[in-house]
Write a protein that binds this ligand. Structure first.
Ligand SMILES: [Zn+2]
Length: 99
């Protein structure tokens, strides 16, 4: 006489009601991210919100059409005018290439 062990399959349903991931809050472009070092040569890469440079980039490295803070060098530049002032020092941004 054989005893068949009937193993009841427990319903291992994955809990679909797990904690919802916190929605990624859209980063406000109010302040630029941590300063980046400009490339040794060539144009810097800008974002609409702007990029802070440490050490400051050479003005020649700012792409035409970009907005930057002119302090002899450029410690901030953006591809968009935004509010037209440097978020680092409050100076008016200069439109590169607009003379
Ligand atoms: Zn500035």
């Amino acid at each position: 006489m054989r005893l068949l062990m009937m193993l009841s399959l427990s319903t291992l349903l994955a809990c679909s009601g797990s904690e919802p991931a916190a929605p990624a809050a859209p980063a406000a472009p109010a302040a630029p991210a941590a300063p980046v070092a400009p490339p040794a040569s060539g144009l810097v890469t800008l974002t609409a919100a702007g990029v802070a440079f440490d050490p400051a980039a050479d003005k020649d490295q700012i792409p035409d059409g970009a907005w930057y803070c002119d302090m002899g060098t450029a410690h901030f530049a953006a591809s968009e005018k935004n509010d037209g002032t440097c978020p680092l020092c409050g100076m008016e941004l200069v439109h590169k290439g607009a003379h």
